[in-house]
Design a binder for this molecule. Structure first.
Ligand SMILES: Nc1ncnc2c1ncn2[C@@H]1O[C@H](COP(=O)(O)OP(=O)(O)OP(=O)(O)O)[C@@H](O)[C@H]1O
Ligand SMILES: [Mg+2]
Length: 137
């Protein structure tokens, strides 16, 4: 599968575009309405964090295939990457309520709950790459 789209995030518009691209791809891959909403919410939170903490970055959306017993499964992968300040303590940011901006601190823990797989790769001073996947059921 080679459906992939890259959306630059450096303004509120980028957040909106990333959401729309996510909804379109989720539909195309056959996700039901509730999962489409989960995916677009996850994209919003990740894009909003890029805009807020790193000023700019990119959301990459891709239809992927994974293996499961008895065949292949399809999914939607979101990669949110930026070259911002990075995250010092990944453990802390994954706690509900942890925020450095007076937000709710619900974004990243929320994304983890909404999606099936979630991974943060971040180096302080270099940037952040968050990868998360929703599998089609
Ligand atoms: N891309 C990023 N680069 C650097 N720091 C980040 C990034 N994304 C998140 N963080 C840090 O992680 C913290 C937690 O993020 P999270 O999205 O969970 O909450 P929030 O943005 O503070 O509030 P909310 O999303 O609920 O409005 C942020 O306050 C910020 O310090
Ligand atoms: Mg946030």
């Amino acid at each position: 599968m080679s459906v992939q789209s890259n959306v630059e995030v450096h303004s509120e518009w980028g957040i909106v575009s990333a959401r729309q691209a996510g909804r379109n791809l989720a539909k195309e891959l056959g996700f039901a309405g509730v999962d489409q909403a989960r995916i677009t919410t996850a994209i919003s939170e990740l894009a909003r964090n890029i805009y807020l903490y790193a000023e700019k970055g990119e959301i990459v959306l891709e239809g992927i295939e994974g293996k499961e017993t008895g065949g292949a499964k399809r999914g939607l992968k979101i990669v949110a990457k930026d070259q911002g300040p990075g995250i010092k303590s990944i453990r802390e940011v994954m706690e509900d309520g942890y925020t450095t901006s007076g937000g709710l601190g619900a974004g990243l823990p929320g994304v983890k709950r909404l999606m099936d797989e979630f991974d943060i790769d971040s180096v302080a001073g270099e940037g952040t790459e968050i990868t998360t996947i929703k599998w089609l059921r």
